[in-house]
Each structure stands twice: as C-alpha cells, then as structure tokens.
Design a protein around this ligand. Structure first.
Ligand code: FE
Ligand code: CA
Length: 523
C-alpha cells in the first residue's frame, strides 16, 4: 500500500470509529436501536466485481409500511446507517473489516460497499446490520494476484431468468458449485409477461417508472434460490434488453417512443438495476442513468475477461418494421452492410479493440449479451437474418473478429446468452464459409427459466448453419465454464421446461476448446 493510501485508510477507519460507537462493541443493540417490525434484509445479500484486493458487497433495506409508521419517525426519509462486517472464516470468529455505510431513499436504501485492502484468491464472509436486524451471511472471494500462476478458473455462465416461466432451481445448483464467480450476461428481470407460459405471476404491471422497476426487482430478489446463488459467490454482471424493455437499442424501443421519453424510462430502469446489484458506478462516478457497465477483469496469468454492454450504445436494428420495431428476421436488407452501424458504440468498441490487442494472458474470454455466430436461414430471396443479435451487426462482428486475427490471438472464447439456447460454435470472419479460417470459439448458455425457440425453427437454424456445432433450445439451465492453461471446457447443465422446484440438472453436452486450436470440440 502506498503511504498516501495508507494514511487515507487510517483516516477512514478513524472516521468510522468516531461516527459509530457500536463498532467498538458488537453487544446487544442499545435502546436507540431501531426494532424492526418486518425484516429489512428480505432481499438478501450479494457480492460482485471481484478484484485481487477488493469486492463490492451489496444489500438493500426494505422498509415496510409498519416500519415507516413505527415510533422511530422518519425511518424512510432520514439517512440510515448500515453496519458491515467482513470475516475471514465461516464461523465469523475472525473479523477483518468493519465499516458504516449511510444510505437513503434517493438510492432506494441500497447499500454498495466497495471493500478494499483484501488478500488475493481469498474467501471472505460478510453480513450487514441495521438496528436490531441482521442480514444473512454471504460468502465471497477475491480474484488472484495479476501475476499469479492459476491452474483453474470456474465460472457459472447464466442469463434469462423470466420469473413467470419457471423456478430458479438452476440457481440452487449454482449455489452449491465450487466456483470463482457467476457470470450473468443479461435479462435478470423481465418487464413483460407471457400469461400462456406462466407457472407463477409477476406482481404489478409492466414497469416504466422507478417505483415499478423497484417492485419488479423486489419480487425477483425475494426468491430463495436466487438469493442462495448471490450469497454463495461473487457475481460479474452485464445487462441485456429486458432489464429495460424488450429489444431496445440505445434510445429506441419497438414502439418508436419519443427518444426523450424512452431515455427517461431507461434511466429509471438503470437506476433500479444499480440499486439491486453489486456493481460500482464507473470511473467517472457517473450517474446510473448512463452508467458504464463494461469492464475488464484479469484472472492471474490465466485469463482476461471482458464484460460488454450490448444495449446502451448500439445502433437501432437494421430494416426495422415501420409499425413494430425491434428484433425480426430481415431479408435483402442493405442496411446490414453499413459499416457505421455498431453493436457496442464507438468508445466501447475502441476500448475493446485496444485492450484485446494488448492482452498477454493465456485466454481471452469475451462475455457479451447475445449470440455472435450466425443463425440465418434460407429465404425466398437469399437468406434471412435475426437483426437483434450480431447477425444484425455483421460489419461490427467482422471488426471484432478481425481484431482477433490482427492481434494474432489464438485463444479467444466468447460467452453469451439472450437466445435461450445452448450453443457451441466456430467463429469465422465469414460465417459458415469453410474456406474462411476459424478464428475464435463461442459458447452461449441457455436460459435459467425463459422459454426457448420451438423445435422446428431450431432444427432449421441448426441445419442451415455449419458453424453451429451444438444448438439446442428445448432445455433450461446454465453452463459451467472451466478454464485451465490447456483448455476451456463448457458443460451445459440443463433440465426440462418449465423448470420445477425439485428439478435435477444433468449435463446436456460438453465441449472443450484446446489451447492454440480455435473451435469447440465435443467431449
Ligand atoms: Fe432472454
Ligand atoms: Ca434478451
């Protein structure tokens, strides 16, 4: 630690002590302590953004009507102090840090603690306290030191957890797996309902305002199996479209809503996302309304991991239907070949190109929200393309893969979600062209619960795209990604749709990518 940092650290610690007499003694709460009528930690705890020396710890206080009107007046309107304790053992005997975090209604009483000065590759346990209420205990772990020789990285890759479409049994298994982190690539909540597939119901109508998005997160976060997966591991998070609204692109939605209004809705959704996830605001301390979610994470000498934002900055889908915009199959669409169209936006694309080109680690894992390989199908005139995934941004896809070629990277594996389908695919500069060399490998995970494409269209897609080595939309689950110096292995863990509470997951298929040999191989 630098001297200046150390001084600041001491000052912060001293300040915390001065402000919080409780920190010197964790004995029974005093009379001034609020006695909660309903449990304020009903949404659980979470950790995220693991780094060699830090993690982000999260919770959010829920203040019920009974507590709002309880004798301690102003509970909902005054700033509230939440105490955090971090331990180095599961028995909570060795406390290594404690601090106070002040929160208030402007952030939905959410708590984000950026805990620093931790040891690399180390497990920690943590809990929060407010008044006489204690949160559940969460477990988290830091990333390895940047120069550490790491033999293994274990990730649960997950996406798309429509609450109505099934139970979160996959999360119950994730909670029990020995993992380094959960990589969630988007569709954490769904704004929309499909009554015909509902095994349980969203409460409230389609969210458009901050209170409505908060209510939607509250319902999802109350799920005990989802809480278990958060309490067991740090999560590395990205969003896709349903955190705001289906198929949105930057300031455009399917209904061609006035962009100013669309951006207000998006700001409410991003604010609610921030309030419910263990994430940090970007390096510029920007507002949640335009928070920078894309980041790079290094795992010792073994891997660099990029987590991308495929919604906030993208160009609108090509050749949209003039009445009902958003995603659709498009044919004879000249707009597709417009090189100015972008999936990531200029700034993120430049950042990715630069950092990917400079990566010296053994593996480059590019996590993004959707599918990069092609799912085009024969059509009366040429082929039809799904314009919401990378097939709708073919020039941007070519630039990304050309970066891999130019940097002579042999070990790039992309990880995605969104399509409710397990995919193992070859990535070529020219999709499905056997003359075009395979330059990278793709794994896309199926959904935790959300319903997949029907068997017939899935079969047509599979048969029409030679690069799709595996393409199955019938089962739900997540994917175990195991990275070692020699290979990246993907085990698709699945169960039938709709997922029931006592479902047992099995391995649908396993693929490996060998070092220096792009393209998944079946195990
Ligand atoms: Fe989805
Ligand atoms: Ca999606």
């Amino acid at each position: 630690m630098k001297r200046r940092d150390f001084n600041q650290y001491l000052q912060r610690s001293a300040m915390a002590l001065a402000l919080a007499p409780w920190t010197t003694s964790m004995a029974a709460p005093t009379d001034k302590v609020h006695r909660w009528v309903t449990h304020p930690f009903a949404l659980g705890v979470a950790s995220g953004r693991p780094r060699p020396d830090s993690v982000v710890l999260w919770t959010r206080l829920l203040i019920s009507e009974q507590d709002r009107t309880a004798p301690a007046e102003g509970l909902a309107t005054q700033p509230l102090r939440v105490q955090l304790e971090v331990f180095s053992d599961a028995a909570l005997k060795h406390r290594v840090q404690q601090s106070d975090i002040v929160t208030d209604s402007t952030r939905g009483h959410s708590v984000h603690a950026h805990v620093q000065h931790l040891q690399p590759s180390t497990d920690y346990w943590y809990r929060f306290r407010q008044g006489d209420a204690l949160s559940a205990v969460g477990q988290t772990r830091t990333a390895p030191a940047l120069n550490a020789d790491i033999r293994q990285l274990r990730i649960a890759l997950a996406s798309c957890q429509h609450y109505e479409h099934g139970q979160y049994t996959a999360h119950a298994e994730i909670a029990k797996q020995p993992l380094d982190f959960v990589l969630f690539v988007g569709d954490y909540i769904y704004e929309s309902s499909n009554p015909q597939y509902a095994v349980r119901k969203h409460s409230g109508e389609e969210p458009k305002t901050l209170p409505q998005y908060r209510e939607r997160y509250e319902q999802y976060k109350r799920d005990p199996m989802l809480q278990a997966a958060h309490a067991a591991h740090p999560w590395v998070l990205m969003w896709d479209d349903h955190e705001v609204v289906n198929d949105y692109a930057n300031d455009q939605d399917r209904n061609y809503t006035d962009p100013q209004h669309m951006l207000m809705r998006r700001a409410a959704a991003y604010q609610a996302y921030f309030e419910h996830q263990p994430v940090l605001l970007g390096p510029d301390k920007d507002q949640p309304a335009h928070m920078r979610l894309y980041e790079q994470l290094s795992w010792g000498k073994l891997a660099d991991v990029w987590t991308l934002d495929c919604r906030q900055y993208r160009s609108a889908q090509a050749c949209r239907d003039p009445v009902r915009g958003g995603g659709r199959m498009v044919m004879q669409c000249d707009e597709l070949s417009d090189p100015s169209r972008s999936m990531l936006g200029q700034a993120q694309e430049r950042w990715l190109t630069d950092s990917l080109s400079q990566s010296k680690r053994q593996w480059q894992l590019v996590a993004q929200a959707t599918q990069i390989s092609s799912t085009s199908v024969p059509a009366p005139a040429g082929r039809a393309y799904w314009n919401d995934a990378w097939d709708g941004y073919p020039e941007a896809r070519k630039r990304l893969l050309q970066t891999v070629v130019d940097a002579k990277l042999q070990n790039v594996v992309t990880l995605g979600g969104d399509v409710h389908c397990n995919v193992a695919a070859n990535l070529r500069l020219e999709p499905n062209n056997p003359q075009s060399p395979i330059v990278a490998s793709e794994f896309v995970t199926t959904s935790i619960t959300s319903r997949g494409l029907g068997d017939k269209p899935a079969a047509v897609i599979r048969e029409s795209n030679a690069d799709l080595l595996h393409y199955r939309s019938d089962e739900r689950g997540y994917s175990l990604i195991t990275v070692t110096p020699d290979e990246v292995r993907c085990d698709f863990r699945t169960t039938a749709f709709p997922v029931v509470t006592d479902a047992v997951l099995k391995t649908q298929a396993s693929y490996v990518v060998k070092r220096g040999k792009p393209g998944p191989q079946i195990v």
